[in-house]
Design a protein around this ligand. Structure first.
Ligand code: PHE
Length: 339
């Protein structure tokens, strides 16, 4: 039995010397010291020993047990240390490595300029108003003094949803919606998307943006319109900017005008941007037609107002020297990243 025990000790020692993982170590422990382990089963056979042998073998067995336990414990410590070391090695971070560049989003050029325009008008006491893009024929045309069969309807290439519903062709219907809800004094601008059934090319798109303006109060005059637009042009294009009114026609304003701003590139002497004109058309405007006020239950004897509407894309194209409107809608990061 003594030989048996010494053999166990020797075998266990040998196995322990070649251990390389905690799991393997545990397997060895179970194999020799576990409940069904080799040492344990030898001890079970002690009953057949003589009373003199028993304490001697017992002592030896216990010695071997605690010897092996200690060896296992030591081996475990070594393995744990090694594992930790390896883990640290694996997870080492090189703090001197260059970082990854994160792409920072940018404002769309249309938003850059629209925000500026809003800021300018808010500074003059205007509020922002909004209206639906899917609009009743009544608001888009009828209430703006554009009855059915009026030639102005043809000029606008309207998308009809059905007989009474259209995709708005202009932001002017918001004027009506505001005047229906709110009594003067009114000072609003209304930016938004509008739709016209145009084929796409460098200067046309079936969807684009307008910014509408409306002021209604007592004693509002054409002079107020001029002063407001002049102040706006100077804020947007610089102090040297001048504005020029040319007579025009809109069904919902009377009198009406198209408004030009002196070319902000050449200052008026004529260049490529203004096509030699010295002036650039930026918006349509006029005094709100008395019929339109009446349609909104505002008494034209008591109140008067002016309105204007500008195409955002055209303004932004000139500002940044962009020659193709399609670039605004293609979401090409190479284009958008430049602003
Ligand atoms: N709605 C007109 C257009 O789309 C612009 C405009 C607005 C003209 C307000 C006068 C007054 O062309």
């Amino acid at each position: 039995m003594k030989e048996q025990l010494n053999a166990i000790k020797l075998n266990a020692e040998q196995e322990l010397n070649h251990i390389s993982s905690i799991q393997a170590l545990e397997n060895v422990r179970v194999k020799y010291l576990g409940k069904k382990g080799e040492l344990t089963s030898v001890l079970r056979g002690m009953g057949s020993l003589s009373p003199e042998e028993r304490p001697v073998i017992g002592q030896l067995a216990n010695q071997i047990r605690s010897y092996l336990e200690e060896k296992i414990e030591n081996a475990k410590e070594v393995l744990l240390k090694k594992e930790k070391q390896e883990k640290l090695q694996r997870e080492v971070i090189d703090v001197t490595m260059p970082g990854k560049r994160r792409y920072l989003g940018k404002k769309h050029p249309l938003s850059i300029v629209l925000d500026e325009i809003k800021e300018i008008f808010i500074g003059m006491g205007f509020e922002i108003a909004e209206g639906p893009e899917v609009e009743l024929d009544y608001y888009n045309f009828e209430a703006l003094n554009i009855p059915k069969n009026h030639p102005a309807r043809d000029a606008q290439d309207t998308f009809y949803v059905n007989e009474n519903i259209v995709l708005r062709t202009q932001t002017s219907p918001v004027q009506i919606r505001v005047m229906e809800k709110q009594k003067p004094p009114i000072r609003v601008i209304s930016p938004g998307r509008v739709y016209r059934s145009d084929a796409v090319d460098a200067t046309h798109s079936p969807v684009f943006h307008q910014v509408e303006g409306l002021v209604v109060d007592k004693n509002v005059t054409m002079g107020d319109l001029k002063g407001t637009l002049e102040a706006f042009a100077k804020r947007l294009y610089g102090e040297e900017a001048k504005v020029r009114f040319r007579p025009h026609h809109f069904p919902f304003t009377e009198p009406s005008a198209e408004v030009d701003v002196s070319c902000f590139v050449c200052g008026g002497s004529g260049c490529r941007v203004c096509k030699g004109e010295g002036w650039i058309e930026i918006l349509g405007a006029g005094m709100v037609h008395p019929k339109v006020l009446k349609n909104c239950s505002i008494d034209p004897e008591e109140y008067s107002g002016f309105a204007f509407g500008m195409g955002l894309e055209r303004i932004v194209m000139r500002r940044f020297n962009i020659d193709d409107l399609r670039l605004f809608f293609e979401n090409d990061m190479r284009f958008l990243g430049q602003f």
